[in-house]
Design a protein around this ligand. Sequence first.
Ligand code: NAP
Length: 264
Amino acid sequence: MTIKQYVQERKEQIKNLVAKMEVKPSIAIVQVNEDVGSHAYVRGKLKDAEELGIKADLIKLDINTTQDELLEVIHRLNQDETYDGFIVQMPLPKGIDENIIKLAISPKKDVDGFHPLSSLIACTPKGILNYLKSEQIPLLGKNAVVIGRSNIVGKPMAKLLLKESMNVTVLHSKTTFEDMAFYVAHADVIVIAIGKTSFLDHRFNYKKDAVIVDVGINRTEEGLKGDALRDLPVKLQTPVPGGVGLLTRLALYENLLEIKGINE
Ligand code: NAP
């Protein structure tokens, strides 16, 4: 099943669940930036919410909002029972510390799953794992290579795959090309999240049954590109656009339902 088909199917299930709920789930999206990418992400999240019957409000703050002002909004939302959860769209303007903001969001309302005490899984790794499982990709005892070690993708992804009993190797900018080529050649599942256009290409050898999950979103003159060149000789490669971005959007609403105690 393509990612688009999978996401559409899951959305139908969520829509049916929400339709049966007396009190609909609700989310606030706080946006402080004027970033082109963020505008598109926020639009996508609002559109998904509408489609799913979920109440979503955009709280758009002035680009000159200070860290203290943003913290005040967060403290208010932490207490506000109108919303089951909320997110603060990244990136934030200069002068606002992302880590302070992520830690200020109550773990009970942290739909993004970024807070270290959150019981929720960060949306991108969660969306990816659910998709791999739906495609029945063998995980147990298999070799996973995660390229990139960010707190929102690489690290939580590695932890999740380890929990699935994969043999996980995490690579990063200090990994030599030779080592990278070695690990990639032995990988059954490769998750790449580094923000470098077409980094995985024909310089590398792949197992023919390998799966490449391309998280990268790179804005180029020819449009959006992933971190992997298209059509590499593997069994399954997620496209960009129309791939992991859709899984991440889906996982946001799965997390919101989890906050409401629904885990289906
Ligand atoms: P990030 O915080 O910018 O971190 C990038 C990671 O890549 C770092 O760990 C860095 O290593 C590593 N790296 C950089 N250059 C490398 C190289 N040449 N070889 C190996 N590793 C290298 O990244 P992020 O926030 O995880 O985002 C990564 C990409 O995924 C971006 O394109 C972003 O737009 C995209 N993204 C997509 C979604 C989605 O829903 N599709 C969600 C989140 C992010 P060091 O730690 O050594 O510096």
